[in-house]
Design a protein around this ligand. Sequence first.
Ligand SMILES: NC(=O)c1ccc[n+]([C@@H]2O[C@H](COP(=O)([O-])OP(=O)(O)OC[C@H]3O[C@@H](n4cnc5c(N)ncnc54)[C@H](OP(=O)(O)O)[C@@H]3O)[C@@H](O)[C@H]2O)c1
Length: 371
Amino acid sequence: MTGDANPGHERHMTEKIRWGILGTGRIAGAFAQGLKFLPDANLKAVGSRTHAAADHFGNLYDIPRRHASYEALAADPDIDVVYIATPHTLHHDNTILCLEAGKAVLCEKPFAINKTQSENMIAVARRKGLFLMEAMWTRYIPAVIELQKLLSLDVIGDIRMMEANIGFCAKYDPSNRFFNPELGGGSLLDIGVYPIALSYLLLGPPARITAMADIGRTGVDERASVTFGYPEGRLAVLNFSVTTDMTNDAVIFGTKGWIRIHSPVHRPHRLTVTKKVIPDAALSRLPEIVKRLSRIPVLTPIKNLLMSRREGSLIFPIKGNGYNYEAAEVMGCLRKGKLESARMTLDETRSIIDTMDQIRALWGLKYPCEH
Ligand SMILES: NC(=O)c1ccc[n+]([C@@H]2O[C@H](COP(=O)([O-])OP(=O)(O)OC[C@H]3O[C@@H](n4cnc5c(N)ncnc54)[C@H](OP(=O)(O)O)[C@@H]3O)[C@@H](O)[C@H]2O)c1
């Protein structure tokens, strides 16, 4: 089900949309900055576990209403939509708290710890007739939208394979959210979700899954490799880590060439398209010529030219800090009375979480909240 009109949100057609931010950590600050690039957004409230943090954050980002609990933020009658910026394990309860209080919700990635949680959240949004979206910001970045256009224009032919690598070396601290199982630590939920969401965008849900992880000192996946298989032999190879710096890029291989999504793949602005000058199909119509050319040494440069590739880079600048695009999508949906984003439907979000459940099952990795 995608985005039925919600007549209760008609007033959003004319007025600024009033945001509240739940949590005051690193990403909450980046999102608050992102909202500043949107003239029709009004960052009105922040909620924290402590008054001091809410006040500090409010001062930093010029937010008038500061709440000393998440419950008080959810109950604030002066906000339309809440952005959830707490650790993964809290997304479920925080999202449901806000939905039950009648607020639309943009929830950070990963949307939930597991499929059951994601289904609960989606069920509440649908029951209440409220907008809900996973903050998979990459989906709304201009280069990613342009990438899809290039692929639909058959620039590299049929996709046969893709690979993506995303990783960084987090300072080891068993208590922080990268390593702490109580907070849903590990690379899969934190950054593996990006290449997985990219593979969904390009190839849909996988038909087959293999996965291997290095389970680290705190019992969560510090590094992992996942392979997805699709109908007609397509493959995706995805690597991610919270303990290794990686190239943070992706390559999509087609029958006529390939496209590189340059780093950072979760917020890209540059694509390089590499095309065969003469596609395989055309070459196969000239087998004799090619064969003859390869036998005559002096003509090798000509053969190389025929077989060579043309390459060009395309730049798609990011206006703002990147988070403004997902926020603009939320506001566009609210103004149209949509209950979900067509670019990142709740069914797709749920399917991605389901796939991550299947990957964790292969590793035998469960979080304490699942026991
Ligand atoms: N889209 C992106 O680019 C991106 C980037 C980074 C993170 N994220 C996602 O955003 C979420 C938060 O990440 P973050 O890096 O912002 O985390 P963070 O810096 O640790 O901040 C998390 C905030 O959540 C609140 N919180 C509530 N219970 C907590 C607990 N038990 N431990 C720690 N914090 C708690 C705190 O705010 P109060 O003290 O004010 O209540 C804290 O400041 C994660 O789910 C992550 O996957 C997304």
